[in-house]
Design a protein around this ligand. Structure first.
Ligand code: ATP
Length: 229
């Protein structure tokens, strides 16, 4: 059973711009894949539909076989727990410590403090940020800040992680490191979908790649196809 399915999905923004046209694909549990394409191709829109930050005009987005069309009101927040989001500029709270930034989603859920402490420390350790709990974001390097953003996205144990240009601000070495980190997540059962316009970086990862062109899904490249290149 697929974790995510786009079934003939079209998205037109008010004003008439067609951002996605009849897009079909499915993602299995624990699968990692990329979506790439030129600026304006529809990558961010595709990710927004998964988080319910936008809704399609036609077609259906199914998550765990549930049509997101029917997820409304308070159910939206519950759905978002299943989808961790990583942004290009990590959007950390600058006046809060690393611990507090990562703990926030669990605090909002009302989880007991002791449990939060345990989970956050273990997540930071796992991402190589042990010992940085009390630092402020400004005291960390760009790569470390991005790892905090990833820790925060993962802390609620989402079924899927979506990342929009997560290496946009990083140099090539750090970008490769962050991509390797994403690639290790499926081993823990989390599906990962990364949007990036950096085709070279994407190809080097040898994972499945969806290619968007003016809102159309024009290619769905398997890891085997990339291995031959
Ligand atoms: N809120 C909006 N209202 C109107 N048009 C929008 C809106 N958001 C995006 N668009 C348009 O939809 C198209 C797809 O945008 P989207 O942000 O999904 O592309 P993208 O592939 O992520 O681009 P980039 O790599 O530049 O971020 C673009 O032409 C964009 O101008």
């Amino acid at each position: 059973m697929s974790l995510l399915r786009f079934d003939g999905v079209s998205k037109q923004y008010p004003g008439g711009h067609q951002a996605l046209a009849e897009v079909n694909f499915a993602v299995e549990p624990g699968e990692m894949l990329f979506v790439t394409g030129h600026s304006g191709a529809g990558k961010s829109t595709l990710l927004k539909l998964i988080q319910l930050a936008e809704r399609p005009n036609r077609g259906a987005v199914l998550f765990d076989e549930r049509n997101l069309h029917n997820v409304r009101g308070r159910k939206v927040a519950l759905h978002r727990r299943d989808v961790g989001v990583v942004y290009q500029n990590h959007q950390l709270l600058t006046d809060r410590t690393i611990f507090e930034n990562v703990a926030l989603p669990l605090i909002l859920r009302g989880m007991p403090r002791a449990e939060i402490g345990k989970r956050v420390r273990s997540q930071l350790e796992r991402l190589g940020l042990g010992g940085r709990e009390k630092s402020l974001p400004s005291q960390l390097s760009a790569g470390e800040q991005q790892r905090v953003g990833i820790a925060r996205a993962l802390i609620g144990e989402p079924r899927m992680l979506v990342a929009d240009e997560p290496t946009g601000n990083l140099d090539p070495t750090l970008s490769a490191e962050i991509m390797e980190l994403f690639a290790s997540l499926p081993q823990r059962g989390t599906s990962v979908l990364v949007a990036s316009h950096d085709l070279n970086l994407v190809k080097r990862m040898k994972k499945r790649v969806l290619v968007l062109n003016h809102g159309q899904l024009v290619d769905d490249i398997s890891p085997e196809d990339l291995a031959d290149e």
